[in-house]
Design a protein around this ligand. Structure first.
Ligand SMILES: C[S@@+](CC[C@H](N)C(=O)[O-])C[C@H]1O[C@@H](n2cnc3c(N)ncnc32)[C@H](O)[C@@H]1O
Length: 347
């Protein structure tokens, strides 16, 4: 049977934490058992075609099961919560494959919604801890067998608090030796992607991979910032400090219901273990220096960082790194920033 842990949190009672386990004696309802029930006014787009009739049927079923789940709740997707549901099962499979999810893995899913990605994760053999802001959208297609309390230490995945290690421990059970790593796979609302990235990437001691379906433009920005362009920002230094990001594939907007105004993309962030982070004496002072450097967008570093040390010392440090004394922040790589920090802050 599927095991589900549901928690009413102390401060945010509408935020359930669900932990799904697939066991041998019970399979998920096969998607073709779910009847079509699409009478929502806002008709979704046609799914992208595929030559295989089986795949095409499965895609239709993903579309129908999502509509059915929404209809059974009498709910329309809420734009403010980024509720654009995935109606193409192949994309869910791509997300699962990008994280290399296999039997026995423990996966955190943010925003399970109607549960189509949750089902794909379970089919791959994972145990899933699913955090959903709106309990009422969760699909009935996932059988609820057991209700288990969790601690009240999780206030929310974004904005409102911090995802606590203890919460994941409680859901996952005790560590097995040193291999206590989990993965994150999620189709998150586009408007919380930066918050989610900022919160999860420094958790390399917990998560080995974070695979997210993001707005395409944000995905490209996270993964491929061109030096010397206005796209190079502190978030790129942050992403590369904590992870090796990879842009996996573009997901056209037609694969969602309702259709968003923009395309999406799958990004896999392979998290670095803390021991592999670039060496800086203080994370706080490093990221504070990076933020200051970018604060004066067009300013040269010798000006924007002169509150840290005198301009001539910054010029000397840049020269020692074979960089022009007139360097601007968008011209420095992560490695340059680390070396600059260590020269001007630590010496
Ligand atoms: C883009 S939909 C994806 C739903 C489903 N995973 C899918 O692929 O069809 C995002 C989901 O995240 C939920 N959500 C929005 N804000 C959230 C938050 N701060 N924490 C957790 N879930 C959130 C929404 O209610 C919605 O179910």
């Amino acid at each position: 049977m599927l095991m589900v842990a549901m928690n009413s949190l102390l401060l945010h009672p509408v935020r359930p934490i669900l932990s799904f386990h697939k066991t041998r004696d019970s399979a998920l309802p096969p998607s073709h058992d779910i009847l079509a029930a699409g009478n929502l006014d806002d008709a979704p787009p046609r799914l992208r075609g595929n030559s295989s009739s089986t795949t095409s049927k499965r895609k239709q079923d993903d579309y129908h099961s999502t509509l059915k789940a929404l209809n059974s709740k009498g709910r329309f997707p809420r734009k403010s919560l980024g509720q654009h549901y995935m109606v193409n099962g192949s994309v869910n499979e791509e997300l699962v494959a990008a994280a290399n999810v296999k039997e026995g893995d423990f996966v955190l899913e943010i925003g399970p919604g109607t549960g189509s990605l949750t089902n794909a994760l379970l089919e791959a053999g994972a145990t899933v801890l699913a955090i959903e802001k709106i309990a009422s959208v969760i699909s009935k297609s996932c059988e609820i067998d057991n209700v288990r309390p969790a601690s009240g230490s999780l206030y929310g995945i974004t904005g409102e608090g911090t995802l606590q290690w203890t919460t994941i421990c409680e859901a996952k059970g005790p560590p097995e030796g040193n291999s206590f790593t989990a993965k994150v796979v999620a189709n998150i609302p586009f408007n919380i992607s930066t918050d989610v990235v900022k919160q999860l990437l420094p958790m390399g001691d917990i998560f080995s991979e974070v695979v997210l379906l993001l707005q395409d433009e944000a995905a490209q920005r996270f993964v491929d910032p061109s030096l010397r362009s206005s796209e190079h920002r502190p978030i790129n230094v942050f992403v590369n400090f904590y992870s090796d990001p990879e842009y996996k594939l573009k997901v056209p907007r037609s694969n969602f219901f309702p259709q968003p105004k923009v395309d999406a993309a799958v990004v896999a962030f392979k998290l670095k273990q803390p021991a592999d982070y670039p060496h800086v004496s203080s994370l706080k002072s490093f990221f504070s220096m990076v933020n200051s450097a970018f604060n004066g967008k067009r300013k040269m570093l010798r000006k924007s960082l002169h509150h840290i040390c005198p301009s001539p010392d910054i010029e000397a440090a840049l020269c020692a790194l074979n960089l022009p004394p007139t360097s601007r922040p968008e011209e420095l790589t992560l490695d340059d920033f680390v070396k600059l920090h260590n020269l001007i802050v630590d010496s």
